[in-house]
Design a protein around this ligand. Structure first.
Ligand SMILES: [Mn+2]
Length: 336
């Protein structure tokens, strides 16, 4: 498929004895150029907000259009531009529900996308690609008061993002993870970077103290065993009506470096968000998610919205609007 165009001919070129130094040097130049654009945009936005003054924390969008670590469909690679389009769509105003103004740069800025396909097209492997994602997140965090609000992408991106956040802050965070799936397989179909394994990598790395998983309704024996192994607090949908009081009154992040929120759009019932790769009935309503977010007491240091698949959306882009509203309300949660 077009997403991986270039990868195969580069392998062939390698096999055909093209000097490896030639390819490696070219890869390094492309990676440097990619990071430079993110660094300079983050620097400008940070300087702007510091000049404006009075901002403690401000959400900054960073797109990570990566879909190849999905076990099923790769459409989430196309999500970031669709989400941005929906955030600024004229059908609604720029206020969040609790009254933050999104068109105020002190509330929301954008540093653009990590050019995932362009980097992969140069034959860069996933070990290096994950490091580039982490590096990009750190470049945003370098610029006080910017805090990364990452647009996926499949869920594999949460590992390099959380790793960067934890390394940059110098300790673990608490994570609120909304998802139909625990994404905690040790390894999925031979891929340690699979979107079904990201939270195994996060817990192994010691990047999270508490991990709360909410919306879970597709979980295997291994998912439960891995959850126990890592001390994960798994809230399954089958007991949601009982757990609602707890989940709508959460206080997280005390004694750690802050709170990270990861929202897989498939945490929502497919009635609310059909544009996802893994349709799993019996999920949260959009209002359930907002109640959890609005009532959460936490210093949210970074967040992601992942697994929106525009190729599975309705013709009027309903799920794009849903993903965009999640981003808008997360922005309100982060910015202060
Ligand atoms: Mn999921």
């Amino acid at each position: 498929m077009s997403l991986v165009k270039g990868i195969h001919y580069l392998r062939k070129l390698n096999a055909a004895n093209v000097p490896s130094a030639l390819i490696e040097k070219g890869q390094s130049r492309v990676i440097d150029a990619s990071l430079t654009l993110i660094r300079e945009r983050a620097k400008l936005k940070g300087e702007l907000l510091r000049a404006l003054g009075g901002v403690k924390a401000s959400a900054s969008l960073l797109g990570v259009p990566l879909g190849h670590n999905s076990s099923f469909l790769q459409g989430p690679a196309f999500a970031p531009p669709r989400i941005r389009e929906a955030i600024w769509c004229g059908s609604t105003n720029s206020s969040t529900e609790e009254g933050k103004e999104l068109n105020d740069p002190r509330v929301l800025t954008d540093v653009g996308d990590v050019p995932i396909q362009e980097i992969r097209d140069c034959g860069v492997d996933d070990d290096r690609l994950m490091n580039i994602i982490s590096e990009s997140v750190k470049l945003v965090m370098e610029e006080h008061p910017l805090r990364p609000l990452v647009l996926g992408g499949d869920h594999s991106i949460s590992f390099p993002v959380v790793r960067a956040v934890s390394e940059k802050l110098g300790g673990p965070v608490d994570i609120l993870h909304l998802d139909a799936h625990p994404d905690i397989y040790d390894c999925f179909e031979g891929n340690k970077y699979s979107h079904a394994s990201s939270f195994a990598r996060i817990m192994e790395g010691g990047y999270a103290r508490r991990l709360l998983q909410v919306g879970i309704r597709s979980i295997t024996k291994e998912g439960r065993e891995q959850g126990k192994r890592f001390g994960v607090e798994q809230y399954e949908m089958r007991t949601f009506s009982r757990d609602r009081q707890i989940l709508e009154n959460l206080k997280l992040g005390e004694g750690v470096k802050g709170v990270y929120i990861s929202i897989d759009v498939d945490c929502l019932d497919p009635a609310f968000a059909p544009g996802v790769s893994h349709i799993e009935p019996g999920g949260l309503s959009f209002r359930d998610v907002l109640n959890i977010l609005h009532n959460l007491q936490a210093d949210v240091v970074a967040a992601d919205v992942v697994e929106f698949n525009p190729q599975r959306d309705t013709v009027d882009g309903m799920t794009a609007m849903v993903a965009a509203k999640l981003v808008r309300e997360l922005t309100a949660k982060i910015s202060k």
